[in-house]
Write a protein that binds this ligand. Structure first.
Ligand code: GLA
Length: 385
């Protein structure tokens, strides 16, 4: 994004004065390990080269002023005594972060904020975690709070849980904060052990396809899955002392599956247990540059998310199945929470144009919807620029 243009927009909105500071936080795509994070399992996401820019400047007026080049509404909010705004207002993301800082005893002075993002909205590529992290990072820097990245991750996650009301896991905030260019990020969500893994995908590039399906009930369906997993833990604890499904080995699962209250919840557990193994195998495949093996694991992941976790839907299935039929695609699967959103594909770099043409055509024929196709780079985590 053109920094001079952004600065000009900032001045148009907030007037001249001291130059604003610039920050950036990426979006993320998850290669594999879906719906495992809140189960204390493994994930393998990457930070993207597109994300959210933030220009910020302190003001003496005891207010927070929020504006974005992506949304029409602007808000001016008094520092003390604010509440969540109605109607899914985007400002709740930065406001929720400020609220969490306040809960930690860290008071933010008046600030003018201008956000500008190039993550396709509603695509499940973590535009919300990106806004949260860029806000937390910028305020921490401006106010000299001396918080570490891991604190900013937790503040952003608490903002989702307490202010926004989505019981998400830690993957998105972690990837947005800790991602590195051209690296995937392996994370054990139970103990936060993490490792950067080079993207050894040879001649295959990451291509993201957006189903452009409205993710209407996504948040409530997401919370429903989180609850189903808690019920399973409750059932399993009658014989095994676990806190998370991510602690179950395949062997354990076989021993305790009879305790699980319903066939539906058993399917949810079957997904989580197998997906965890797939992440470990995928990390190995990526390290060894075995793109075919990685592709097979991606496909198995999608099938499990379709049949056992039931979060794909016909649009994502059409995108994945179309990609599987193309010999120059090594792997394809849905990415993120599901219920709409995107697929992630490994496409031979020679065939990127053909891929885009075919996937758009077939998807439109099947669903009447237009797919969006992007080839972002794998970028760095949150930073000052
Ligand atoms: C969303 C959540 C993440 C994770 C994924 C599913 O992106 O924010 O925490 O649970 O869904 O893997």
């Amino acid at each position: 994004m053109d920094q001079a243009l952004l600065k000009q927009k900032f001045i148009e909105r907030y007037g001249k004065g001291q130059a604003p500071d610039f920050y950036f936080a990426p979006g993320r795509v998850n290669l594999i390990g879906e719906h495992t994070d809140y189960n204390g399992g493994y994930v393998l996401p990457c930070a993207l080269s597109f994300g959210t820019y933030l220009l910020i400047r302190e003001n003496p007026d005891h207010v927070f002023r929020f504006a974005s080049l992506n949304f029409d509404n602007q808000e001016e909010i008094v520092i003390d005594g604010f509440h969540k705004l109605p109607n899914n207002n985007w400002v709740n993301y930065p406001l929720g972060v400020i609220d969490q800082l306040k809960n930690e005893g860290l008071k933010t002075s008046g600030m003018d904020f201008l956000f500008a993002g190039n993550i396709p909205p509603g695509a499940g590529l973590s535009s919300s975690a990106s806004i949260e992290l860029v806000t937390a990072f910028a305020i921490n820097d401006q106010m000299d709070f001396k918080l570490e990245l891991k604190d900013l991750i937790h503040i952003s996650l608490q903002c989702e849980h307490d202010f926004i009301g989505v019981q998400c896991g830690i993957m998105d905030q972690f990837a947005v904060a800790m991602g590195k260019a051209n690296m995937a990020l392996f994370l054990n969500c139970r103990n936060l052990f993490h490792e950067h893994v080079p993207m050894n995908t040879g001649a295959y590039s990451i291509v993201i396809v957006n189903s452009n399906k409205a993710r209407g009930l996504a948040d409530s369906k997401y919370n429903e899955r989180v609850n189903e997993c808690s019920m399973a833990v409750e059932d399993i604890r009658k014989s095994l002392d676990i806190e998370y499904l991510g602690q179950l080995s395949l062997e354990d699962f076989r021993k305790v599956e009879h305790l699980i209250r319903s066939p539906l919840i058993k399917k949810r557990v079957a997904h989580v247990v197998a997906e965890n193994y797939r992440v470990l195998e995928s990390m190995k495949a990526l390290k060894d540059g075995q793109v075919d093996a990685l592709g097979k694991l991606m496909r198995a992941s999608h099938i499990s998310l379709r049949d056992n976790y039931e979060v794909t839907g016909s649009e994502l299935d059409t995108l994945a199945e179309t990609a599987w039929d193309l010999e120059y695609v090594a792997g394809a699967r849905m990415t993120g929470a599901g219920f709409g959103g995107c697929t992630v594909n490994l496409v031979h770099w020679d065939k990127l144009v053909d891929f885009e043409e075919i996937i758009k055509k077939k998807y439109f024929e099947h669903t009447g919807l237009k797919a969006g196709v992007y080839s972002p780079g794998i970028g760095d985590g949150v930073k000052k620029i």
